[in-house]
Structures are given as C-alpha cells and as structure tokens.
Design a protein around this ligand. Sequence first.
Ligand code: UFG
Length: 341
Amino acid sequence: MAMSEILVTGGCGYIGSHCVLCLLDGGFDAVILDDFSTGRRSVGETLASADSKGRLAEIAEGSLLDPESIDRVFENRRIDAVIHLAGSSQVAESVSDPGKYYRNNVAGTVNLLESMRNHGIGRIVFSSSAAVYGEPKYVPIDENHPLEPMNPYGKSKLMVERILEDYGRAYGIRSVCLRYFNAAGADPEGRSGECHEPETHLIPSIIRSLLDGNRGFSIFGADYGTRDGTCVRDYVDVGDLAEAHLLALRYLEENGKSDRFNLGTSSGSTVREVLAACERITGKKIRAEIRDRRPGDPAALIADNRKAKEILGWEPKRTLEDSVRTAYAWEMRRRGLTSSP
Ligand code: UFG
C-alpha cells in the first residue's frame, strides 16, 4: 500500500492503541488524535517511543469537539486515511447521560468528517459495534440482521454509520464500518492492554477480582436459556481486531466502495466458560457469586463473520485462552507484578 500517514482518533484507548501498534509493526507512520479523557498517557508514551521497528506514533492532543484541533492535524501532515475510534463506549453511562454520547460520538464525528472534506481526505475506517443490532432476533448475527439498537451508545454508532453513507453519496468519502463484538486480550509484548475506570468488562473484571485478594466476582445472571444458564458472548482478540483495520484500509484503497463488517470469531463462550479459562490460565480457583441479571444484557451475541473473511480476507487467529493469557499478563504488569501463570 502506498500510504504516507494514518490518523488514528482515540489512538491511546484500548482498541485504538492496538491499531496503532499494528500500523507501526506493519511499517506505517501513525498520528494519534486523543483528548486523554479515557485514553491513557502512559500508553501514548509507549506508542511515541521508537521501539516498534523504528516506527513511531506522533501524538496530537486534541478533541473532536474542537474543530480547530482537528484541522491542525490535517494541515501539518500528509494524511491518507483515518481510523476513527475516539468516542464514549459505556453502555450504562449512555443510558444515564445520552447527551454525552450524541455529543462525543455523533457531533464529534461530524466535525471530523467536515475537516476531512475540507482537506480532501476521502477514506475512513469507523469503529462501530454489535450494539447496532440490539436484542438479537437470531444468532449468529450477519450484517443483514435488523438494526434496532437498545441504548444511546448503540444508537450513536448507528447514526454515525448512516451519516457515513450520506457523506459517501454526497462528498465521495468512502468508509468501512467495523462492528466489533466483545474485544478481549492485550498486546503479547505488553505494550498496551485494557484498562477502563471503572472496569465493567468481563475478562478484566475477573482478573482484577482475583488480584484484589480473590474478593469475589459477580456473575450477572445464571438463569438465561443458554447451555449453562449464563450469557454467551463472542470474544474476539484485540490483536485480531487491529489487523482488520489494516485490511479495511487496503479495501478502501483498492475498491471504490463503502461497506460494513462484523468482527467476531463466530463462536460464543458463556460467562462460566470464560471464568474457567481464567482459572486454567492463572492456575487459581476464582471466587464467584451469582447475582441478578444486568439490565439490557441479551442472552447470546455471536457474530457471523463470513463477510469479513470473504471480502477483507480477515481471519481471527487468537483463541479465548490467548486473550485471557495476555490480559492477565497485562494486568500483572500494570500492577508491577511479574506474570508467571
Ligand atoms: N458479566 C458478568 N460479570 C461482570 C461483567 C460482565 O457476569 O462483572 C457478563 C455480562 O453480564 C455479559 C458478559 O459478561 O453477559 C460480557 O459483558 P461485558 O460487559 O464484558 O460486555 P458486553 O457484552 O456487555 O458489552 C460489549 C461491549 C460493548 C458493546 C456490547 C454490544 O463491551 O461496548 O458488547 O452489545 F456495546
């Protein structure tokens, strides 16, 4: 690919930082636009140090809500394409504070697109979500599944997908929307990993409960109509997700079209199966208690990933155990502990 520089918005966040690592390892230069509201400065420092095959990421601190800070990034560089991950991503928070989600995710994206238009940049890979589908009508979920998001987070992602369609028709900006299922795992070299505050996601929650003196982990509901009564999710390794962004860039370079793809493994694991994988990897028995269902959780979410495989040539390679292993090593490292699972 004959590209000069890729802008990654939200490049110091969980998935964004792995995309940046993948770009650097793949021989690209990356510039990161991040406002550090949830992105981490320590990850930014790692990405900006030139240890990734001589490539380094440049950090431009700024917000998508400040159009001038976006313009400045485009003005000073030769940017070919944008990978857009900046935004807010907590489902429960989106219900209690929808304004934040429509502002950060929708208005912020419109600012980005306007700046792209003004600077003649015509390609964008957008981080969408399985949340655009809402309560599944069938699984595995393909890209033709009805789009009925159940919360402002999912609605904001779908709104951006619609906006991208209109920008494609009117201004020729081409886009690939990647609908992530459940991102998991960390960089095997320990350069980045998951770290939300508060942490609500399953795998880091289990690991933290263990490392906090095995204080007990809550299983949200064991009375679903699934094989062991707990919810099924499609956990896809963040390294595999990151690789899909590079394939999406290539797709945009080679095709005159826009498209959208599910990113999942096409196989689901229950909460109890994930817990068992964590116990195998850590070699510890993890205390768990069954609690009430968490409101809004569907019983099962599994991707049909055939489209991404066929059209992008994407192949998820890491297993759930790989994701748990790297997530555990990352959390140990974050706490200054040595990892010897
Ligand atoms: N769970 C527990 N205990 C916990 C945390 C989670 O039992 O302490 C369960 C949840 O009930 C759920 C499963 O583990 O069944 C996975 O929960 P996560 O919070 O890790 O992930 P979600 O499936 O809720 O959310 C993910 C993404 C969202 C996205 C959503 C799409 O994190 O960004 O999928 O529906 F919107």
